[in-house]
Design a protein. Structure first.
Length: 73
């Protein structure tokens, strides 16, 4: 039987994050306009690491610009 799920773009590690419900709701709202919650969290961490000089812009996983909104007919 073949593998199921999303293709691996990069090795990853599954972690749990505990945060207040109010922040999770705001994160959910913000991710609707941008990307998935996971991608938004990764982006925030990448931004922090770039500011600290621990990660270069060229090593970012996700592009800088948000994805374009789809047109509705």
């Amino acid at each position: 039987m073949g593998k199921v799920g999303r293709p691996k773009l990069e090795e990853s590690s599954i972690k749990a994050v505990r945060m207040p419900v109010r922040l999770w709701r705001l994160l959910s709202k913000a991710s609707k306009e941008y990307r998935t919650r996971n991608e938004l969290i990764v982006r925030l961490v990448e931004d922090h690491l770039v500011k600290k000089g621990l990660l270069s812009d060229s090593k970012r996983k996700f592009p800088i610009e948000p994805k374009k909104k789809r047109r509705t007919p």
